[in-house]
Design a protein. Structure first.
Length: 235
C-alpha cells in the first residue's frame, strides 16, 4: 500500500522540492485528534507556509477573517462588521488596474462553507486530502503537468490571481497550475522562480505513479535533444 509518506518522498525526490507538499482537507466538523490552530495570520495562504514545516493542525472560519479574498474562495462568510473588507480590497484592486470587477463572479469557490480546514505536510496528513499543494520550480511544474496528463487528471488550466482559487478549481476539474499572485508571494515567501501545482487528493496516487515514467522520459529526451542540437549545429 502506498502511504502519504511514500507519495511525499517520491514527489520530493523527482521534483527536487524545497518545501513539503501540503495536504488540505475541508471538513464538515472540527476533526478529533488534530490540534487546533492558535494565533493570527494575515492571509489564508499563510497556513500553507506554516503547514509545510509544522505538525498537522486545523483552522476554523474565524482564523481566515483577516483574508477577505481567501475567505471568499474558501466560501467563508465574513462577520457583518467586516463584510465591507472584501468590497474594499476588490475596489482597490480595480482602481489600480489589477482586476476588473466583472472578473469576480468567475473566480472558483469551494462549494460549501467548511466548519474546519486541516493543513498538514503530506507525509503526516491525518485525513485524506481534498487537494495537495506543491510549490515547485517551472521544470518541476512541467513534469507534474505531463504526469497529470498521462494519468488523465489534468484540468489543462494555468490560473492567474488570486492563488487560492486554484484549490477549488483543482478539486473540481483536476490538476491545476497557479502562477501565484503578489499577495501570496508576500505572505508565504514563495520564491520568484516557483509556482504552484494543485493536485486533487483522489488523483494524487495516479499522478505520482505517472511521474516516475515522465521523469525518466524527460531524461531520455534531454539526451536526445542535446545530441540532435549538437549535430545540427555542426552541419
Amino acid at each position: 500500500m502506498t502511504t502519504p509518506a511514500d507519495l511525499e518522498a517520491t514527489l520530493t525526490r523527482l521534483l527536487d522540492l524545497e518545501r513539503a507538499p501540503v495536504a488540505v482537507t475541508f471538513c464538515e466538523r472540527e476533526p478529533a485528534g488534530v490540534r487546533r490552530f492558535a494565533g493570527r495570520v494575515p492571509s489564508s495562504c499563510t497556513f500553507w507556509k506554516l503547514a509545510a514545516g509544522e505538525a498537522p493542525f486545523y483552522t476554523v472560519p474565524s482564523d481566515h477573517y483577516n483574508c477577505p479574498i481567501g475567505s471568499y474562495t474558501h466560501n467563508i462568510s465574513l462577520p457583518k462588521e467586516r463584510e465591507s473588507e472584501l468590497t474594499d480590497v476588490l475596489g482597490f484592486m480595480a482602481q489600480i488596474g489589477y482586476l476588473k470587477m466583472e472578473e469576480v463572479p468567475q473566480i472558483p469557490r469551494w462549494s460549501k462553507s467548511p466548519a474546519a480546514i486541516v493543513y498538514a505536510p503530506l507525509a503526516q496528513a491525518p485525513l485524506p486530502p481534498d487537494v495537495v499543494i506543491v510549490a515547485a520550480k517551472a521544470r518541476s511544474a512541467m513534469l507534474l503537468t505531463e504526469a497529470s496528463i498521462a494519468a488523465g487528471v489534468s484540468s489543462g488550466m494555468t490560473l492567474p490571481r488570486p492563488t487560492c482559487m486554484a484549490i477549488p478549481a483543482a478539486y473540481g476539474k483536476g490538476m491545476t497550475l497557479s502562477l501565484a499572485c503578489i499577495g501570496n508571494r508576500v505572505y508565504t515567501d514563495l520564491p520568484d522562480d516557483e509556482i504552484y501545482a494543485m493536485i486533487r487528493g483522489t488523483d494524487l496516487e495516479a499522478v505520482v505513479g505517472a511521474l516516475g515514467k515522465i521523469a525518466s522520459a524527460n531524461e531520455q529526451l534531454t539526451s536526445y535533444h542535446e545530441g540532435r542540437k549538437l549535430k545540427l549545429l555542426q552541419r
